[in-house]
Ligand binder design. Structure first.
Ligand code: IVH
Length: 669
């Protein structure tokens, strides 16, 4: 294909992809299959690879790219991004309507009524129809330039599908949000990694938009609804509603529930309808927005410092009720957290009967001084599980009892532990029935043992049928067991068994990661495997042996020690050993010059940053520790060394100056 031909074909493909994106993301009416769509993208990618000079930033292949940012630049909003006045009651909405009519000297306004999406406000700038910049609201006047992050959102068109003049150069505004299911997936992932969870989808959205690496943002399936325009010539558009429809036509994602209402009563009716329907959406809304429809009227009404006089947010009332707390029980989550749950006298809250509510953790119970027998206020918030907001102290009789946290797991009876760094108690028994499916999924997943055929659905079946009671059992599955399962043919049974067999070849660090020891991610697993060489050695390691390794620290060390102190875990590990899973590092073919040597660095080095020196040592097979002990082989001393230098002299550890360090690492002859 000549370059000229390629150029034509590329443009044709981009047009087509743009068109199908709109059908898929904006209009919810795809006309081709995902497969056909992928073929178009693949062809485009291929041509662009062949003719890289033809790549443009608005090509659909260019969504995720670029290096992580150091920080966001600040963007000034030419038209400030105001907020809305809030109300909670129909009466306040009627008052709003009165104010509007007064402001319009008794002219009767029409209203548009929209869902109030609970996410993060952003502004998107289009120049000549091409998406050039996106920014957060910030303080309303200045926000962060988050263009690269927004480009990863597939429902944001990189190019508009319109020839209308007034839409070529336009700033549109909308709400970025995280669908509920995505929020839950993200939190599960966080929990698996031992990171703090997001409180609600809105926080998760804000956190995602603040990530500096667009590649990470792309993994979170953010989405957007456009609800208006900021700076733009309004041209032929006279109303808000008309504008929204034109934006939709141009390929922007506008919520389909926007409704034009002739008067305020109809608007209120529509708000009340959505209050009942909100749980059926796959994203969170925290109310409705009522806006005067005619731009001319909006302009006459104007705005205050904070908010427009032509719009109001009708927030849904908090869904609260009070009831008696009968009992506090413990519940084990899929990841082993042991959480207190309030058992309530059943009570009705916005249409559903509530008989349980989360109490989060032990500290929260203390902080709110919640006692068994108390009357409590509960709230059904954005989260799925209702929560206890506070005690109603006036209802106390004196017979209420304090809650004492049990020290055993309600599911398996094993000991539970609490990290210093955490509020939650946890059960670390890898065979605990409550966590079993999760544990096995993690064990088998791609980054860990990578067992083909052992996904969520298969784990579900194996555990439910009682064939697997811990991940050690995986290695003792028989073909006859599998063939008894529903919809399991000879071929898939054999594939699964082959996958299991193959996983025995995984290197030790992958096994270590797969064990699911808290805080031991793949990176820590590598360090531990390298340092201790075998499961046996790691099992015998003392807290200090692990805690002093550079990059690991006390919390991880304690977690490893606790893991091996749990007898139930040792029994499972034995099954792995008998099965022939790799529980030690394979011997390195090439001896590394610093292997087995432990270094400590103190002071400032001239030729390296601290990190560079550490990396150099590790790359040559050595270890770096953060404190000097009998086990330290060398202390590298730079300018202005600290107490480690004194300690090294005390313990008579070999001291290297920078010159000597360069020699020992082969950087200098
Ligand atoms: S109109 C002048 N419409 O709610 C303000 N806002 O304080 C124009 N929001 O931060 C806002 N859904 O991000 C409008 N359909 C909708 C909305 C919406 C959510 C957010 C908006 C703003 C907050 C209002």
């Amino acid at each position: 294909m000549t370059k000229e031909e390629a150029k034509k074909r590329i443009e044709k493909l981009r047009q087509e992809i743009l068109y199908h994106n709109k059908l898929y993301y904006v209009l919810n009416q795809p006309v081709i299959s995902d497969y056909e769509y992928d073929q178009l993208v693949k062809e485009l990618e291929k041509l662009e690879k062949q003719f890289p000079e033809l790549i443009t930033p608005d090509s659909p292949t260019q969504r995720v790219g670029g290096e992580p940012l150091i920080e966001f630049t600040t963007v000034e909003h030419k038209v400030p991004m105001l907020s809305l006045d809030n109300t909670y009651a129909d009466s306040a909405v009627l008052e709003f309507d009165e104010r509007v009519r007064k402001g319009l000297r008794s002219e009767k306004p029409e209203y548009t009524v929209e869902l109030k999406i609970d996410g993060v406000a952003i502004a998107l700038l289009y120049e000549n129809g091409v998406f050039v910049r996106g920014a957060t609201r910030g303080d309303g006047y200045k926000g962060d330039d988050v263009t690269l992050n927004l480009r990863t959102i597939r429902s944001i068109p990189l190019r508009l599908t319109t020839t209308k003049k007034e839409l070529q150069n336009i700033e549109v505004r909308g709400e970025v949000y995280l669908p509920r299911a995505e929020f839950e997936r993200l939190n599960e992932e966080k929990e698996r990694e031992g990171e703090p969870l997001f409180a609600n989808p809105r926080n998760a959205t804000a956190g995602s938009l603040k990530l500096l690496d667009p590649k990470l943002v792309a993994q979170r399936k953010l989405n957007i609804f456009i609800y208006g325009v900021g700076e733009s010539p309004r041209g032929e558009f006279k109303t808000h509603y008309e504008t929204l429809m034109a934006l939709k036509e141009a390929g922007l994602r506008v919520n389909e529930s926007v409704k034009l209402c002739k008067d305020i009563e109809l608007a209120i009716e529509y708000c009340n309808l959505w209050e009942k329907e909100r749980d059926n959406l796959d994203y969170e809304i925290d109310g409705m927005v009522i806006k005067v429809n005619l731009f001319a009227q909006q302009e006459r009404l104007g705005h205050t410092q904070k908010s427009p006089r032509w719009a109001i947010a009708y927030k849904f009332p908090a869904r609260q009720a009070s009831t008696k707390l009968k009992e506090i029980i413990l519940q084990v989550g899929r990841t082993g957290t042991v959480n207190p749950v309030a058992i309530l006298e059943p009570v009705e809250v916005s249409g559903s009967t509530i008989s349980r509510a989360t109490l989060h953790n032990e500290d929260e119970i203390r902080r709110k001084d919640i006692r068994i027998g108390d009357t409590v206020l509960i709230e059904k918030g954005g989260e799925v599980i209702p929560k206890v907001v506070r005690v109603v102290p006036e209802k106390r009789t004196g017979k209420e009892k304090n809650f004492v946290m049990p020290k055993t797991c309600p599911s398996c009876g094993g000991p539970i532990k609490r990290d210093e760094s955490e509020v939650a108690w946890r059960c670390e028994n890898i065979a605990c029935p409550a966590q079993l499916k999760r544990r096995i999924e993690h064990f088998a997943f791609r980054g860990a043992m990578d067992i083909e055929g052992l996904g969520t659905a298969m784990v579900e079946v194996l555990v439910d049928k009682g064939l697997v009671k811990d991940y050690g059992d995986i290695y003792y599955l028989k073909k006859s067991d599998l063939l008894n399962l529903e919809r399991m043919g000879d071929k898939s049974a054999q594939n699964l068994l082959d996958g299991i067999e193959k996983s025995k070849q995984n290197p030790f660090y992958r096994v270590l990661f797969a064990l699911g020891i808290r805080h031991v991610g793949i990176h820590a697993a590598r360090i531990l495997a390298e340092r201790f060489g075998s499961l046996k050695a790691l099992k015998e390691a003392k807290f200090e042996d692990i805690a002093t390794i550079y990059g690991l620290g006390g919390i991880l060390a304690q977690s490893v020690v606790d893991f091996f102190a749990n007898k139930r875990n040792l029994a499972v590990l034995e099954k792995l050993e008998r099965a022939g899973v790799q529980l030690s590092e394979e011997k390195k073919v090439k001896a590394q010059p610093l292997s087995g040597k432990t270094f400590v660095i103190t002071g400032t080095l001239e030729n390296f940053t601290r990190e560079q020196a550490q990396e150099l040592i590790i790359s040559l097979g050595g270890n770096v520790s953060s404190s000097v002990s009998q086990k330290t082989n060398f202390v590298v001393v730079g300018k202005e060394p600290g107490s480690k230098y004194t300690k090294a002299k005390e313990l008579r550890v070999k001291i290297l100056n920078e010159e000597e360090f360069l020699k020992i690492t082969g950087k200098k002859k």
